[in-house]
Design a protein around this ligand. Structure first.
Ligand code: G6P
Length: 189
C-alpha cells in the first residue's frame, strides 16, 4: 500500500454533484411509491414510472449501528409537483433523538422542514452552500421548490435509526405548493 493515497470518496460539487468512491450504494424512489407524503395520493398515478428522488450513500460499517459511526449521503430530488405540491422526501424523525445530523445544499433550491412534533415548526431555505444543523429531536423533510434537481449532502449517524412512520401517518404541519410560479405554504388541517 502506498503511503500517499487517493481519498476514499469524491463528492463533486459541480455538474451532477455525483458521489463516488468506496462503499457507495444508490437507492431510489419512484413518485408513485411516495405514499403517505402528498395530500392528493390519486395524483401520484399521473407520474407513471417517474423517479422522485435518489440517494448516494457511503457507509463503511453498513452492518453496524454503533453510535459514532458516520455516513455521508447525497439526496437528489427531481423537480415536479403532485397536484401543485412541491417534490419532497418522505421525511422522518430519528429513533434515537440524541443523534444529530448536518445537511449541506449543493445544487438547486428548496426548503428543509423542521418539526419538533409540537408547536415548533419552521422551514430553512436550501441553496448551494446552505448549511443545516438538524437537532435529533426534530423531524425533517427536504422540499425541491425549484426547476432543477435539488442535491443535498448529509452527514449522519446510522445509529439514528430513521423513523418514518409518524410522519407517514400525521404529515408535517405545513405543505409547500407552487402555484403560477409562486411558492405558497398551506397549513395542514
Ligand atoms: O428517508 P427520507 O425521509 O425520504 O429522506 C431521504 C434521505 O434524506 C437525507 O439524505 C438523509 O440523510 C437520508 O438518510 C434520507 O434517507
Amino acid at each position: 500500500m502506498e503511503f500517499v493515497r487517493e481519498p476514499k470518496g469524491v463528492q463533486e460539487f459541480w455538474d451532477e454533484c455525483v458521489l463516488k468512491g468506496e462503499n457507495v450504494v444508490r437507492r431510489q424512489k419512484l413518485v408513485r411509491e411516495c405514499t403517505g407524503v402528498y395530500k392528493n395520493e390519486d395524483a401520484l398515478r399521473e407520474h407513471g414510472d417517474d423517479l422522485a428522488y435518489w440517494v448516494h450513500n457511503q457507509n463503511f460499517n453498513r452492518e453496524s449501528f454503533v453510535k459514532g459511526n458516520l455516513q455521508w449521503g447525497i439526496t437528489y430530488i427531481n423537480p415536479f409537483t403532485v397536484d401543485g405540491e412541491c417534490a419532497m422526501t418522505s421525511g422522518h424523525y430519528h429513533g434515537d433523538p440524541d443523534c444529530d445530523e448536518y445537511y449541506y445544499g449543493l445544487k438547486g433550491t428548496g426548503f428543509l422542514l423542521f418539526w419538533d412534533g409540537g408547536e415548533d415548526f419552521y422551514a430553512e431555505k436550501i441553496y448551494p452552500g446552505s448549511l443545516h444543523y438538524i437537532n435529533g429531536h426534530y423531524a425533517h423533510r427536504i422540499i425541491n421548490s425549484g426547476d432543477e434537481v435539488l442535491a443535498v449532502a448529509a452527514c449522519s449517524l446510522p445509529a439514528s435509526k430513521q423513523d418514518h412512520q409518524s410522519i407517514k401517518e400525521h404529515g408535517f404541519p405545513y405543505r409547500c405548493y407552487k402555484r403560477n410560479g409562486e411558492i405558497v405554504w398551506e397549513k395542514q388541517e
